[in-house]
Design a protein around this ligand. Sequence first.
Ligand code: SF4
Length: 430
Amino acid sequence: MRIPDFLKKLLLDRLLDLEDTLVFNQYEDQAVDWERIENLYIHIPFCRNKCLYCPYFKKTYQEQKAWFFGESLLREIELHAWWLKGKEMQSLYIGGGTPTLMTNLLIQAVEKLSALCILKNIALETTPAEINNRVLVELHHMGCNMISLGVQDFHQKYLSSIGRNYLVADTLKVIEKIGLLYYDTFNLDLIFAFPGQTIQELDKTLHMAMATPAHQLTFYPLFTFPYSTIGRFKQLKKVIMPDGLTRKRMYYHICDKLLGNGYKQVSVWSFLKGGKDKYSSVTRDTYLGLGPSAGTFTGKQFLFNTFHMNDYISLPLHNRIPTAYIMNITPNMERLFWIYWRLYETAIPLTAYKDRFGSEFCDDFNHWLWLADKLHYTVKKDNHIVLTKKGIHRVHLLQNHFSLDYINRIWTACTQDPPPSKVPLCTWCA
Ligand code: SF4
C-alpha cells in the first residue's frame, strides 16, 4: 500500500515551518558546522557478490579500484583532521558494502583516526561469506568491539532467492566463532517477509537465531527499492510480495516471540538481551560519513558525498572533500529529525527533549499526542512517551513509506550521470 502524495503533503505541511525545505543542493564550499559532529561512519563500497535486494552503494570488488579508493579514503580523513584533532568521538561505524574485504585499509584508517581523536566504540557490519580466522584476529587488533553479521535467514532457499552466496551450515560455524570472541555486542541481521515465506519458517529462523550466542537480533522486512535489482526483478517478473496483513502478522509474531523470551525491544526492528549496549547502524545524533555516498549530519546541515566512484577517487587526492550535496537544517527540522529517531527507538525521553530544545515535548506536540493516545499508539511512562505495539508497527510502516521513499529519491538522482544540480525529497518541494 502506498501513501498518496497529497496525504504525505498534508502531514508534512502540519510538521514543517515555512522556511523548511526538503531539497538537497549541489555542494559549493558552503560553511559546515563540522565541530558539532560526535560520530564517524566509513563506507566501504565493495562486495564480492551483489545481493539482489540490496539498495546500498557498492561496486563489485576489483583490486585496483579498491586500492585507489583506499588512498582516497585515507586522504579524506586527513582533510578533516583540522577539526577532528583532540575530539572524543562516541563511535566509529564501519559499513558498506562489505568492510571485511579490506581489513588492511580499515586498520590504517582506524590508526589514522585514533592518532587524531578518541574513538569510544568501533562497530562493524559484515557478511558470513567474508569472515575467517585472519579477519577476526585483525578486527580484534583494530579495536572493533561491536559486530553485526548479515545472516538474513537460516533457509537456503531464501538465501538463494536474494542472491546470498553462503551456506547455512557455514554461517552457523561463523556465528559460533564470533560468539567465542567476547564482543561487547554481537548482532545478527535477519530478513522477514520473503515472497512465499510461512509463519512456520519464520518461527524456525527465530528459534535458530535465539539459540545463537548473538546478543541482539534485528529483523527487517525485505525492502524492495525500485532501483535495486530485486525491485526491477519484481516489476519484470511480477513477483508477489507478502501483503500488508501478512507482513503485520509476521512482525507481531517476531515481537511476541522475542519479548516473550527475555529480549527487550530497542528499536522498531531490534531486540537485545543480557543488559548489553545496543548495536545500531542509524541512530546517531550527528555523524561524519567518509567514503562514496556516505551521509553527514551536523544538526545544521545534511550532506552527501558523491555517488560517483571516479569523482570520489579523484577529489580527495586533489585536496577537495568529496561532498556533493547539502541541505540546510532549520531548528524545526533538527527537532523533527531527533523525534523521528527517538520514535525509531520506540520512546521519546521527555527530559532529554527539554534539555536539548528548551521546551516541553507535551506542549509542543499536544495535538499529536492527543491523537496518538486516542489511537492507542503511545502511553506515558517514567517520563517517556512510549510507543505501544500498535504504535511501533505504525512507525515501522512510516519508515517504509517515508525513509525508503526519500532514500530512493536521493539514490536514484545521485547515481545519474551527470548528477542533477538539485535533489528534491518530494514531488511538490522541487
Ligand atoms: S547486502 Fe551486503 S553483501 Fe549484499 S550486496 Fe548489499 S552490501 Fe553487499
